[in-house]
Design a protein around this ligand. Structure first.
Ligand code: FES
Length: 367
């Protein structure tokens, strides 16, 4: 039994701990997590209901988020967090289910492919089991269905099909009448993700034209070519959605641009970090993390997020691809180069994304 003095000092200590924290939830969550993982406050807990095999290296995780989760629009991403060997890891994935499914039964799906060397994707494939809980962020992203009933063209590659699945199911349920074409590139027929769902959509929805193209089933790889676009009726009037590896996206963008389709009619989302060609010898510099009073030097095209982690700091991050803005941080001085676009920032104060910002000379950030 604590004495009155001990109780008072314990309460003072607790008050001080909470007062000193930007996020009191971070303080209580470890305790709540032990009592009931669905009570955790720092992120929305989502229980794994089921796991379904899609292909040899791709699974669909059916999740039930706690009721406070705000929902999503077809084509959006979410950040998730999982504990891998005691370290909390964040990643960004597109939701592959339609919002209607969440409204109907409260579940959403993530369809995730194993990646060579992928820490989180591989851990999820090997360790996540029904009944486990993961953290889910609120949905975000501008890869969205147009409001008007325009003719559409989707070009997807591999696991880039996931946001497209969400959109196609949503359009089919609304009986979207304008023509919709999907060109879906997979390595082999065995790599088609959600094959059954795609074939059912084609069968039950007259507006959809489905063309699945295997790239690696003949001696020479079969990539997107102009002839594939010739077969899309009225292609010049289509609004285009691109999602897949950078090579496919670049090629599709070039071919569509040659046909006069303007940037504002092309929507894209990446599944690997695209990189601009940077002059790495000219990059790097002294980095000062002013809140932590740490200075380190950097070389080449290492982004500030990697530099901060190497300096034993733990900045918040999500996708590590310049999509989610979780890593946004204030730069107070110096110039950084965006490794996605190759563009330089101004020299003064501005918000930057740590995961795609490479120092170009001395830089100070508030971290
Ligand atoms: S971590 Fe997502 S934008 Fe940087």
């Amino acid at each position: 039994m604590l004495s009155k003095t001990e109780r008072t000092s314990a309460l003072q200590w607790l008050g001080k701990q909470l007062f000193n924290r930007e996020d009191p939830a971070a303080f209580f969550d470890p305790l709540l997590e032990r009592i009931n993982p669905m009570w955790v406050q720092q992120y929305t807990p989502a229980r794994v209901e089921r796991i379904e095999d899609e292909t040899a290296d791709t699974k669909t995780f059916v999740l039930k988020p706690a009721k406070r989760w705000d929902g999503f629009k077809a084509g959006q991403h979410v950040n998730i967090c999982v504990d891998v060997d005691g370290i909390r890891r964040n990643r960004t994935f597109s939701l592959s289910s339609a919002p209607a499914q969440w409204h109907d039964n409260g579940t959403v799906t993530l369809t995730i492919k194993r990646l060579p060397g992928g820490l989180v994707t591989n851990w999820m494939h090997d360790n996540l089991k029904p009944g486990a809980t993961i953290g889910l962020g609120e949905a975000f992203g501008e890869f969205l269905i147009p409001e008007a009933g325009e003719p559409l063209l989707y070009i997807a590659g591999g696991s880039g099909i996931t946001p497209v699945l969400s959109q196609l199911e949503t359009l089919a349920a609304a009986n979207y009448e304008a023509p919709v074409t999907l060109l879906y590139f997979v390595r082999t027929q065995a790599d088609i993700i959600a094959a059954q769902k795609l074939y059912e959509l084609r069968q039950n929805w007259d507006a959809l034209t489905l063309n699945i193209i295997a790239t690696n089933e003949s001696e020479t790889p079969r990539f997107l070519k102009d002839g594939d676009l010739d077969e899309v009726n009225g292609i010049e009037t289509r609004r285009c959605y691109l999602c897949g590896p950078k090579g496919l996206m670049d090629l599709a963008t070039d071919l569509l641009t040659q046909r006069g389709i303007t940037e504002d009619r092309m929507h894209s989302t990446f599944f690997a970090t695209p990189k601009a060609a940077l002059d790495t010898d000219a990059l790097g510099g002294e980095v000062r993390f002013s809140n932590s009073d740490i200075s380190v030097s950097s070389e080449g095209d290492a982004p500030l997020l990697d530099i901060a982690e190497a300096a034993k700091l733990s900045p918040r991050y999500g996708c590590r691809m310049g999509i989610c803005h979780q890593c946004s941080c204030k730069k107070t001085s110096g110039t950084v180069v965006n490794r996605l676009t190759g563009k330089s920032s101004g020299p003064g104060e501005e918000n930057i994304q740590l995961c795609v910002s490479v120092p170009h000379g001395p830089v100070t950030v508030e971290l």
